[in-house]
Design a protein around this ligand. Structure first.
Ligand code: PHE
Length: 454
């Protein structure tokens, strides 16, 4: 991989790029986080706010990152350095590298749970339709020490090995094949969940909004989830954008990715909430929701055990696709800015994440009582990234593209050097990134973090 500086590897086909970008977006965010955050924040009304945040804020920031990445062909830090040498803008990329680290710290914990569930499902420890039984299995796993740590390290080794194999060969091949499979399996689970008796209450929870549930912290959670979901605000999409072909229609691609990603989240919601209500469980159970409810759904259908194993395998793969893009941020930075070899950069990064991440994993056991800003390490890494660092990154990325880079350059990149006729779109887009995106994020952040009061 030493030749990485002379010629940057790119994705070899348009399908490959979209698959990899989708592979970054789709992950635990859809299957684990979207349902649990929706459950905690009251259901349908939250989803509406989330969709609004996605369209008005998440999508424009995603496009901004793709434009910057493709134009500069650089990593999160290098992109800003290339466009504004000697100015502090590169710190936005630097904050992105930090966010990648902090997200990985707790993401690998949850990915570890998912990996271990493959074996629990296969081994028969999850064969119950009672949430109390499946709760116990989960509790035993997360309150242990060596078992969850083992799986976290295992996850890091798997992801690190794929990263070391390089961009086109590693990332593209894995993600292209498996996303459609995950989708098909979600359809199967949705059908089962929807036909459980009592499923209707779950559907109302998901689709009948109760606007009294909306508070500023709910809005902040929706905004944070939009950033986390689309993998934006920290340079992952700059890094991936740098591999995108110059003839790709970037606005179209971003819209396709956001739509597909949202569909997967909603399908995960439909898989989980009808079952939550059918089995008399509570929707606001938090991070354990997926792990408790999904086994009950599978156990109430024929061949459930086989499907359950398949489900956790595919979820593990989706999580791995997302982690590849997270790891790629520090690694592209270290290899390109400091000429490290890909191997050394990967090894050092996963070692760092293992050390930091172990504190998140042990948040349910040895370190349960240790808190930062009243949160366990796990919750702190989650909150600090989704609800603070990513939105902040989003503000600066939007301001940079809107005010520093400016209309003419954006138009050139967004129209593929004039090959696409999309001037009207560019104008609307500029309005969004100059005014709407930064103001909306700033207001939600300030109010959600209790800095200003309305
Ligand atoms: N979007 C990923 C998911 O939903 C998580 C992610 C966040 C990936 C930020 C990369 C960067 O699981």
């Amino acid at each position: 991989m030493q030749e990485i500086h002379s010629k940057r590897e790119g994705f070899s086909s348009s399908i490959g790029v979209i698959a990899a970008i989708l592979g970054s977006a789709v992950g635990l965010g859809n299957i684990w986080k979207f349902p649990y955050v929706t459950g905690v924040n009251g259901g349908a009304a939250f989803i509406l706010v989330y969709l609004l945040c996605l369209a008005l804020v998440g999508l424009p920031v995603m496009l901004a990152e793709h434009l910057l990445g493709r134009h500069t062909k650089a990593n999160a830090v290098g992109a800003f350095k290339a466009l504004q040498p000697g100015r502090p803008w590169f710190l936005v990329g630097g904050a992105g590298v930090l966010s990648a680290f902090l997200i990985m710290a707790f993401y690998t914990t949850v990915a570890g749970w998912v990996y271990s569930y493959i074996f629990k499902a296969a081994g028969g420890t999850l064969l119950s339709t009672k949430p109390e039984d499946t709760s116990l299995v989960f509790k035993t796993l997360v309150s242990g020490v060596s078992e969850p740590l083992f799986w976290q390290v295992f996850v890091l080794l798997v992801t690190g090995s794929i990263i070391m194999a390089g961009v086109t060969k590693g990332i593209e091949r894995v993600t292209k094949v498996l996303m459609p499979l995950l989708f098909i399996l979600l359809v199967v689970i949705d059908i089962r969940s929807l036909t459980l008796s009592g499923a209707g209450a779950g559907l109302s929870f998901l689709f009948k909004p109760d606007f009294s549930k909306i508070t500023v912290s709910v809005v902040l959670a929706a905004l944070g989830l939009a950033f986390f979901k689309l993998s934006v605000g920290m340079g992952a999409m700059i890094t991936y954008g740098s591999y995108v072909d110059k003839n790709e229609n970037l606005p179209k691609m971003a819209i396709k990715v956001a739509l597909a990603d949202t569909l997967v989240s909603l399908m995960a919601g439909v898989a989980i909430f009808p079952a939550v209500f059918a089995f008399g469980f509570k929707p606001d159970a938090g991070p354990k929701l997926l792990f408790i409810i999904i086994p009950t759904v599978f156990n109430s259908m024929p061949f459930g055990r086989v499907f359950m194993v398949l489900f956790f395998v595919l979820t593990a793969i989706a999580a791995t696709g997302a982690m590849l893009s997270l790891l790629e941020v520090p690694i592209a930075y270290l290899t390109e800015q400091y000429q490290w070899t890909r191997r050394n950069a990967t090894l050092l990064t996963i070692l760092g994440i293992a050390l930091l991440g172990s504190t998140a994993t042990l948040s349910n056991s040895l370190l349960a009582k240790v808190t930062l800003f009243d949160k366990t390490f796990f919750d702190f890494f989650d909150f600090a990234t989704s609800n603070v660092l990513l939105p902040l990154g989003g503000i600066f990325i939007a301001l940079f593209v809107g005010w520093q880079w400016g209309y003419a350059k954006v138009k050139q990149e967004m129209s593929n050097e004039g090959k696409l006729e999309n001037d009207g779109l560019v104008r609307v887009y500029m309005f969004l990134v100059k005014y709407v995106v930064p103001t909306a994020i700033a207001l939600v952040l300030l109010a959600g973090l209790n800095i200003i009061h309305f």
